[in-house]
Design a protein around this ligand. Structure first.
Ligand code: ADP
Length: 192
């Protein structure tokens, strides 16, 4: 099993690189953000609960998100490994995630931090918002709030994995292919 946490601020390119990694190494891939958006789109009860948080650029409640990951793992048992994209985003999520994986006899192998300067993040998300139709990408205020919350609540999750010796930082400016090559180098070092 190869379990990778792909980590970084909103707009750093996690989604794009996750898809490339999924194909290159035949891994399974879960994006908590995508699951949340589809719950909202289908107006499920869960979606309705989360809609206000996401619209303000806040995080969804830990219990809901951890529940989603648990469900995902229960329905994807015969995989070579999984890319966790946008999860965990708080220390509480990281701790609960370790417990969930331990019960399955599993663990996180690697956290990859995609390092992108803040001003570049805002530029990229505003550009993405023009064609993605994502409500949380359209307003600069909401984007800035997401980055603020990332700095306050999520950035510390890197320290959690540093303490476990699982952290690798990858400079993530440059073309998609350049960044992918750097990420692959880190993944292959871990697989050895
Ligand atoms: P981005 O990384 O660009 O913000 P995502 O698709 O990963 O995009 O997430 C979109 C939104 O979904 C986040 O701003 C947050 O509100 C919510 N979300 C996603 N993952 C989590 C999580 N693990 N915990 C709490 N909220 C989450």
């Amino acid at each position: 099993m190869l379990n990778i946490v792909l980590f970084g601020a909103p707009g750093c390119g996690k989604g794009t690189q996750s898809e490339l990694l999924e194909q290159r190494y035949a891994l399974s891939h879960i994006s908590t953000g995508e699951i949340i958006r589809s719950e909202i789109a289908s107006a499920s009860e869960l979606g309705l609960q989360m809609k206000e948080y996401i619209g303000r650029g806040e995080l969804a409640p830990d219990a809901i998100v951890v529940g989603m990951v648990k469900n995902y793992l229960a329905s994807h048992k015969d995989v070579k490994g999984t890319i966790f994209d946008g999860f965990p985003r708080t220390i509480a999520q990281a701790e609960q995630f370790d417990e969930v994986l331990a019960k399955l006899g599993d663990k996180v192998d690697l956290m990859i931090y995609m390092d992108v300067p803040e001003e570049e993040l805002v530029k990229r998300i505003l550009l993405r918002g023009k064609d993605s139709g994502r409500a949380d990408d359209a307003s600069e205020d909401v984007i800035r709030n997401r980055i603020k919350i990332y700095n306050e609540q999520t950035a510390v999750v890197a320290d959690y994995y540093k303490a476990q010796g699982k952290y690798e930082s990858v400079p993530s400016l440059g073309t998609i292919d350049e960044v992918f090559a750097r990420i692959c180098a880190v993944v292959e070092k871990t697989m050895k």
